[in-house]
Write a protein that binds this ligand. Structure first.
Ligand code: SF4
Length: 432
């Protein structure tokens, strides 16, 4: 959007009539592929003269399928996105043969492609990408084929972007990437620097005075070590929240998935985090119906998740993706069973989420206010521990970080009262 705006375009809603429709695709499941195809067709239906450009992961892994969709004019993958406006304008001249396909070999990329953000559309939370790609090749996952090898963004560019966003009023920065925990490894190899990993980056960002809160998006269990936990513990502006993908709570399934840990390793990490950071929120991703997952495997996975008391679980049904090892594995689980297991796991997720919210009653939190409900004179936002928090308050609180005390819950929603920072007992981060 920013690249287009800089060239004088106005960004409008996808459902409006426009001159250019840009679809950023996903390919994580076959449903994502289907939605991407539908969106591409929808653009051309709205305005048959428009240029339709399709970019992102689906374009990267299946450029021939994307370019064959009727009405698609430009296909860009997950690299070379900085050229997107030039390609659209070339397509507009009708001088080139359409569709223009600009999808290169992603597996040979070694550099992080800079597409900096300077003017966020929502002025409260900013997503800053620090890393791209993944070297793990889990058996079910198409992401390494769509995003290429792991590569870290230059720390100076990250810090510049964070400062810019903070100066523009952004209060929370979310550090994102495909394999965020791998941040810095390639830089260390290339520059022989031992000071460029994630804990180092967190500390640097934390030092920017205008930043209110920093959140790590997702960290693989194999990337969590003592230095990272200590760093989070010692930096009060880092959210008290770890999102650690589990995928399965059964060791046989984890092994077949090609995940490089067992349940005991995962448990050890979570226990260590909880020892060092009391009341921390641990959220996860969990998959059901991986090929060969028996009733017993599923039961173990369910019980493991229950015992870990995740405060939120994103539940996924296995979706076979062409090109991955799991696609051709024997003993695929039928869709009815996958559906049943997913429903059961989602019910557990809901119960655990409410349980976690209840556990916060009487405790102190800090909410980033994002919504004002004028009729009920309430404000709502997300707490440091990634729960939704509501409390009495006015529009003036929008975009601010407010210290609160939790007084109750409504399902998984946390109800709080505003605390003044000088009030005795405010101890979100362990200090008075
Ligand atoms: Fe996919 Fe994540 Fe595994 Fe990488 S670590 S292959 S992105 S599931």
């Amino acid at each position: 959007m920013e690249l287009f705006r800089k060239r004088g375009y106005q960004v409008v809603d996808f459902d409006s009539e426009a001159d250019v429709y840009c679809i950023n695709t996903c390919t994580v499941t076959h449903v994502a592929d289907k939605k991407s195809r539908q969106a591409a067709r929808r653009g051309k239906r709205r305005n048959p003269d428009a240029i339709v450009v399709v970019t992102g992961c689906y374009s990267q892994v299946a450029p021939e399928k994307v370019s064959a969709i009727r009405g698609v004019d430009v296909v860009v993958g997950t690299q070379g996105r900085a050229d997107i406006v030039d390609l659209v304008e070339l397509a507009m001249t009708k001088r080139a043969e359409l569709p223009l396909v600009a999808v290169g070999d992603i597996m040979s990329q070694t550099e992080f492609e800079e597409v900096p953000i300077s003017c966020p559309t929502k002025r409260i939370r900013g997503f800053v990408k620090v890393q791209e790609g993944c070297d793990e090749f889990c058996a079910y996952c198409r992401v390494p084929f769509a995003r290429g090898p792991s590569r870290s963004r230059n720390p100076e560019h990250i810090l510049e972007e964070v400062k810019r966003l903070a100066d523009s009023g952004i209060r929370e920065i979310v550090l994102t990437g495909i394999h965020v925990g791998a941040y810095g490894r390639d830089l260390e190899r290339a520059n022989d620097q031992a000071t460029s990993g994630l804990p180092w980056l967190l500390e640097k960002i934390h030092g920017i005075p205008t930043i209110g809160r920093i959140r790590l998006s997702s960290i693989e269990p194999v990337d969590i070590d003592e230095s990272l936990i200590e760093k989070v513990q010692g930096l009060p502006k880092v959210a008290r929240h770890f999102h650690i993908p589990l995928q399965s709570g059964d060791d046989e399934v984890l092994k077949r998935m090609g995940r490089r840990y067992q349940t005991r390793d995962y448990l050890r990490i979570v226990e260590r985090i909880r020892d060092m950071i009391p009341d921390v929120a641990v959220t996860t991703d969990i998959m059901v119906g991986f090929p060969g997952e028996t009733e017993e495997n599923f039961r173990k996975s369910y019980e493991f998740a229950r015992s870990l008391k995740f405060s939120r679980m994103h539940v996924f049904k296995f979706s076979g993706r062409p090109g991955t090892r799991a696609f051709n594995m024997k003993n695929q689980v039928d869709s009815k069973t996958r559906h049943f297991r997913s429903e059961k796991m989602m019910q557990l997720a809901q119960d655990l989420e409410s349980e976690f919210s209840r556990s916060l009653v009487g405790k102190d939190e800090e909410v980033l206010v994002e919504e004002y409900k004028s009729r009920r004179k309430l404000v709502a936002g997300i707490g440091s521990r990634y729960t939704r928090i509501e409390m009495p308050g006015g529009e003036d609180l929008l975009g601010t970080l407010v210290p609160v005390r939790v007084v109750g819950t409504l399902g998984a929603v946390v109800i709080a009262e505003r605390l003044l920072p000088h009030e005795e007992g405010f101890k979100l981060h362990g200090e008075k």
